[in-house]
Structures are given as structure tokens and as C-alpha cells.
Design a protein around this ligand. Structure first.
Ligand SMILES: [Zn+2]
Length: 240
């Protein structure tokens, strides 16, 4: 495991079944910002080739075990994993949708050739510096400290600059979703109101938060600006 992550920022994204227009908006943003990212895939899309052909992007898997928990599916969790790994066979990194986690899941990840997982979310506001560690399953567990939708629900939040410049010695891993980058979500009600139109790009545009300072898209842009001004570089979590 490479533990030299000082002065590094790691950006990840869960696509969560975003429609292609919303996902394309995120891919355009990555090209604009020129930052490496790891994208966790939920479904087949015609944009997979565009992502694979972009050296800034590496792909992980984002398996959805929620239907199993809710009794909407009797599928074995290993079948869920086989199906998503078939879409992204090159993936060596995983995060479960909804962060659903267990020893069995970690062992199954490892058996499928996954090297690291990002199912451990501890917000920066918790004040707990975090480092990746090797789990007995063989998986490297990479904790992360920012998630765009969870950020909207926190009582006490810190700015993007505080996240970047924190000197607590912890790793700095951020997670975004294309829909929140598109909407520039700053409050969860914006997303809830827009959700019914998640396949309708024209209507979705009417829900966009235009505030250039506060919102998920603004947060990412401020991370990049602050990081570049302060000598940080961006890297992909697969390098850990
Ligand atoms: Zn998800």
C-alpha cells in the first residue's frame, strides 16, 4: 500500500444511474478542471467508452445491494457483484451504493480482483483523521471524509478550503454524484424536488442552483482552485 498521500487530493464519483446528459455534464467538468478522478459505475451507458478513453478517469464498481435488504430481490449478493463487474471488468476499486458493507461483501470484492473499497464514510466534521489500512480480507480500506449529499444534511460544515488545507494528517478523499454536480445541490430539497425529472435534462435545468459559491459543483471547483494554489496534486484512489 502506498501511504504517501500528503499534499494529495483524491476525487471520486458515484454515477447512481444518472442519465447520459447529466453524466456527460460531469465528464465535461472533469475535462474543464483537468483533474484525475475515479468513477464508480452503476449501469451500462454509451458513455463508458468516453470514460475509458479519458486518461483522467479510472473506473470502479458501485454495486447496489439495496433491493436485497428491502426484500425486492432474492438475488444472491455475489450475483449482483458479478453483474456489475461484467460491465466494468477492469475495476480494482469498489464502493457499494448506500455504503452497504459486510465482511462477506469485502471477501467477495477481493475474490473478484478488487484491491480497495471506499465504503467507510466519516465526515470531516467528526474531527477524526483517517488513513487507509489493510483489512484481513485482503482489501485496502480507504476512508473518505466528504460526500456532496451528506454535506447538505450536516449541522456543522467546513468549507472546501478547510477540507483541503487541514493539517490533521488524514487522507483527503471526496465523493460527488453527477446529479448533484449538475444541480449544484446546496440543500437536499433541491434534489428531492428535481428527482422526478432525473431523465429529463431540460426540466432538470430549471432546478439548477446558480450560486457560484455554495453547492456541490461550486464545492468541487473551490477544492480544485485551493488545491492548485497550495501545491496539492490530484491522484486516483487506485494508486493507494
Ligand atoms: Zn450510490
Amino acid at each position: 500500500m502506498n501511504d504517501d498521500f500528503t499534499k494529495k487530493i483524491f476525487i471520486t464519483m458515484d454515477i447512481d444511474w444518472a442519465c447520459d446528459a447529466v453524466l456527460a455534464d460531469t465528464l465535461d467538468l472533469i475535462d474543464e478542471l483537468m483533474i484525475p478522478v475515479t468513477i464508480f459505475v452503476t449501469h451500462p451507458t454509451m458513455l463508458l467508452d468516453r470514460m475509458r478513453n479519458n486518461p483522467l478517469i479510472s473506473l470502479g464498481i458501485h454495486p447496489n445491494f439495496n433491493p436485497l435488504l428491502c426484500g425486492r430481490s432474492e438475488k444472491d449478493y455475489r450475483i449482483v457483484l458479478d453483474e456489475i463487474k461484467a460491465i466494468v471488468p477492469e475495476a480494482i476499486c469498489a464502493r457499494s451504493h448506500g455504503l452497504i458493507d459486510s465482511t462477506s461483501i469485502l471477501l467477495a470484492f477481493f475474490a473478484l480482483g478488487i484491491h480497495s473499497d471506499l465504503n467507510l464514510f466519516i465526515p470531516f466534521s467528526a474531527g477524526i483523521p483517517m488513513v487507509p489500512f489493510e483489512h484481513f480480507s485482503g482489501i485496502v480500506r480507504v476512508p473518505y471524509f466528504y460526500e456532496d449529499d451528506a454535506f447538505c444534511l450536516e449541522k456543522k460544515t467546513q468549507t472546501p478550503e478547510e477540507h483541503v488545507l487541514s493539517s490533521d494528517g488524514g487522507i483527503k478523499v471526496f465523493n460527488f454524484h453527477p446529479i448533484h454536480l449538475f444541480l449544484n445541490t446546496e440543500k437536499i430539497d433541491r434534489y428531492i424536488d428535481a428527482r422526478a425529472f432525473n431523465q429529463d435534462i431540460q426540466t432538470l435545468k430549471t432546478f439548477v442552483n446558480s450560486d457560484p459559491v455554495n453547492g456541490a459543483r461550486a464545492f468541487l471547483k473551490r477544492i480544485v482552485k485551493c488545491a492548485k494554489e497550495n501545491g496539492f496534486t490530484f491522484d486516483q484512489v487506485e494508486t493507494l
